[in-house]
Design a binder for this molecule. Structure first.
Ligand SMILES: C[S@@+](CC[C@H](N)C(=O)[O-])C[C@H]1O[C@@H](n2cnc3c(N)ncnc32)[C@H](O)[C@@H]1O
Length: 232
């Protein structure tokens, strides 16, 4: 999977990918993360990439020319998706992550300041993706969330692909509670069933926990799960 990230702050992306599982995925060439700085494409002699909004108003708007030229400089692979990180986009969720993981290349446009000149949308026609109904200062953190979440879906990124299959949302439910050593901590004991080595009983216990905690914490997901799994 190739991630091409268009950003005015490439170090934010490069540095954050340099730890833990993403770092290993980069070293093992399971993913590639390139950064493209629109400032390198501006025709302005002062390297300007933003200007005041027509019609007035606060802040600075990202100019179309550096972004369109930077976008056109990226070599397009077969089966590639173009995403604009934007609070106006569709929310990032498990099904969107899965869909994105089916591409070979994801090109991402990170905004900043007041956001993009509308003609960038008109010309590039990206899919807009949001991290949620709140406004961040830039698209770099959401782009990193896309890189992280999508990379986990690619075989070889995690130690065992199974470790993603049990995670929350994988089949619509939240994950069961996890425990590790010691068996007892501050008077709290690990449930006995997890210690007896009976895989059938452990699986039943975990499935019941998943149903119960999804019902409690995310009744919306629980209802959806029941409707999807209704028999007959
Ligand atoms: C301050 S925001 C611009 C917001 C824009 N003026 C608006 O109200 O829709 C600057 C940039 O941060 C990114 N951004 C902010 N909030 C985001 C969110 N919730 N999801 C994804 N990207 C976001 C986008 O790339 C955006 O262009």
């Amino acid at each position: 999977m190739i991630f091409d990230v268009m950003t005015l702050f490439p170090e934010m992306i490069e540095n954050a990918c340099n730890f833990s599982i993403l770092k290993r995925a980069l070293e093992n060439e399971i993913i590639t993360v390139n950064t493209i700085n629109p400032r390198d494409f501006t025709l302005d002699k002062h390297k300007k990439v933003d200007d005041t909004p027509y019609g007035g108003g606060a802040g600075m708007v990202l100019m179309a020319q550096p972004y369109v030229d930077a976008y056109n400089s990226i070599t397009r692979q077969q089966n590639s998706a173009t995403i604009m990180l934007s609070p106006q986009g569709e929310p990032l969720c498990e099904s969107v992550v899965k869909e994105l993981a089916s591409f070979n290349q994801i090109i991402m446009l990170c905004g900043h300041y007041e956001g993009f000149d509308e003609r960038i949308r008109n010309i590039i026609k990206p899919r807009e993706i949001s991290l949620g109904d709140f406004v961040l200062t830039g698209g770099e953190l959401p782009a990193l969330c896309v890189i992280d979440a999508v990379s986990r879906k690619i075989e070889g990124t995690l130690g065992k692909i199974d470790s993603a299959n049990d995670d929350s949302f994988a089949d619509g439910l939240l994950e069961y509670p996890q425990y590790t050593k010691p068996r007892e901590f501050m008077g709290l004991k690990v449930p006995e069933v997890l210690l007896n080595g009976n895989h059938k009983e452990i699986a039943e216990f975990r499935q019941n926990c998943r149903l119960e905690r999804t019902k409690q914490k995310r009744p919306d997901l629980y209802e959806k799960y029941l409707n999807t799994n209704k028999k007959g």
